[in-house]
Write a protein that binds this ligand. Structure first.
Ligand SMILES: Nc1ncnc2c1ncn2[C@@H]1O[C@H](COP(=O)(O)OP(=O)(O)OP(=O)(O)O)[C@@H](O)[C@H]1O
Length: 319
């Protein structure tokens, strides 16, 4: 697969001495939707800012479509469109004027046909003569995307594209991003909404404390790290699990009314038949049973927590 962005051994230490990125290596494939996940302060914006040439790396290198983002800044930047978290644009301008102006900033010759197609694709053509301040929140977000795409970049960064937007608008954004990928644009997005990554991304990267702790195909990740749970609602509450069930991966909730049995999706043998036999022998009856598959969110929370524990342990050991 062709890689359109190559990040090699990237480290960033800010002037105050804080190291926000530690030895990051990452390849983004051409034409994919890549979601970068991580808790607050993990280093996502720093990584994006370095790729976009806004922040200088302390060491390591980044290539965007073959161009080094520091040595060959202009060529690299021309390949990239960036939609920042904050909506920042002159609200007295018209939609059309502001998008044309953005294109001009990259030294691209005017192309009214392209701008019209872009505004139509983003459902903004009817609003082309409106002032920005007269647009709805959703339209403003689409305008930010139009501005970022005005110079026909091959790569689009979306920093928290749906932060604070309602469910309907979020769905609109998702389908728009998919359309962009269909048109050949590579999309990299950061998000706090794991469901957004689960819904849209082809691959997922998790960054924590400045380290890229995982990069994987989303579906493989869910299969590899996912567990399934079997929930049993008991007919009568139990005070504790009987000894005969102690060797199973089984938990009783606080009410004593529900049992959760965890099993690995990958393994051929789930152990459910054995569980049911043992329940029968222990004369435990249940009213209802359901299964639940772990989501990307469960996996993410588990990963970040696991990392935190490792860090704490390392810290404790050093003290
Ligand atoms: N200019 C700066 N000078 C010093 N430290 C900085 C600077 N910019 C960011 N940092 C620090 O680097 C770390 C990573 O910040 P960054 O903005 O990249 O995180 P993030 O993952 O994008 O977080 P969020 O999800 O909150 O946007 C944070 O601890 C932040 O305080």
């Amino acid at each position: 697969m062709n890689s359109i962005i190559s990040v090699s051994d990237l480290t960033k230490t800010y002037s105050g001495g804080f190291t926000a990125l530690k030895n990051v290596n990452l390849d983004i494939h051409e034409g994919e939707i890549f979601a970068l996940l991580g808790p607050n302060g993990a280093g996502k914006t720093t990584l994006i800012s370095i790729i976009c040439g806004i922040v200088n790396p302390s060491s390591g290198s980044v290539r965007a479509d073959g161009h080094d983002v520091v040595r060959d800044y202009r060529m690299a930047r021309e390949k990239i469109g960036l939609v920042p978290q904050e909506l920042c644009t002159d609200s007295f301008e018209s939609v059309l004027a502001t998008v044309k102006f953005s294109r001009g900033l990259f030294g691209k010759a005017p192309d009214p046909g392209y701008i019209e197609r872009l505004l139509r694709q983003l459902s903004l053509w009817e609003k082309r003569n409106s002032r920005i301040m007269a647009l709805s929140g959703g339209m403003k977000r689409r305008l930010m995307i139009a501005k970022a795409l005005s110079h026909e970049p091959k790569i689009l960064f979306l920093d928290e594209p749906t932060a604070g937007v309602d469910v309907e608008l979020r769905q609109d954004m998702w389908s728009m991003v998919r359309e962009l990928r269909e048109s050949g644009v590579t999309v990299i997005l950061t998000t706090h909404y794991i469901e957004e990554a689960e819904e849209m991304a082809d691959r997922v990267g998790v960054i924590n404390h400045g380290r890229l702790v995982l990069v994987e195909d989303k579906n493989t990740l869910i299969k590899r790290m996912g567990n399934k749970e079997l929930l049993l609602h008991l007919a009568e509450p139990l005070e504790r699990l009987p000894e005969s069930l102690a060797d199973l991966s089984l938990e009783l909730d606080e009410s004593g009314q529900q049992m959760v049995y965890r099993f690995d999706i990958q393994s051929g043998e789930t152990g459910i038949a054995n569980l049911l036999r043992k329940l029968d022998r222990a004369e435990i009856e249940f009213r209802d049973l359901q299964t639940r598959e772990s989501s990307l969110e469960d996996i993410f929370v588990g990963l970040v927590r696991g990392e935190q524990k490792e860090n704490d342990r390392a810290h404790g050991a050093g003290e």
